[in-house]
Design a protein around this ligand. Sequence first.
Ligand code: AP5
Ligand code: MG
Length: 214
Amino acid sequence: MFIVLLGLPGAGKGTQAAFLKDDLGLPHVTTGDLFRENISKETDLGKQAKEYVESGKLVPNDITIGMLLDRIAQPDCAGGCMIDGFPRNLEQAKALDKALEERGRAINRALYIKVSEDELVRRLSGRWTCPKCAAVYHETSAPPKAARICDNCGSELSQRADDKPDVVRTRLQVNMENMQAIIDYYAAQSNLCKVNGEQDAAAVTTALKGCLED
Ligand code: AP5
Ligand code: MG
């Protein structure tokens, strides 16, 4: 099964993927984490993407599409995967469909987690992430057991560079400009399922699982 997880920055894509991935037995592929990994390892791709990621702009399609298609061609994605953070524009959506079609596969479901702008800002300003295993926390709604220590791997948590208020504004604006076209694209394929992302995280997971049973 190939699933895309759609939602504006802070909607809970990473949070929900972490809940769903064991249940569904699907790897979680996230373009944001792939970029951050390449940036921290100072690869050529990381050097090309750094300026865009840190300023909250979209990385150009010629870099992003190749990276995502290479990732989903890996053996662990042979039976499908959950794709978080891609597509972010129509060119990306069409490139993904074309690559899957060439493998005789297709997107089975596009899950859209809808959250209001005020709540997105609240979530991003209180988010802490694990730089080692990418686990996601929030200082009030999902705190770690020990202050600023990852429950999963014991590493010290940090705040993402792109969660600074001015960068958050750019990210929201850039993503809002493109979101409707992507939603319309998957709705036209009858693949879209929209859930209310402003419930507690467990209720969102239940709603998303409901989408996959339809
Ligand atoms: P990426 O890392 O994907 O960032 P994003 O889309 O801005 O999304 P986030 O990861 O910030 O939010 P999320 O929806 O995963 O929310 P989370 O679960 O963490 O991309 C980073 C950058 O890479 C982009 O800006 C761009 O530069 C580049 N990039 C990536 N993909 C690209 C592409 N396809 N094309 C071009 N460029 C690309 O949750 C957020 C917070 O809320 C957490 O603290 C969490 O604990 C809390 N929370 C979650 N759910 C709930 C809930 N139900 N109730 C209360 N709190 C909650
Ligand atoms: Mg994320």
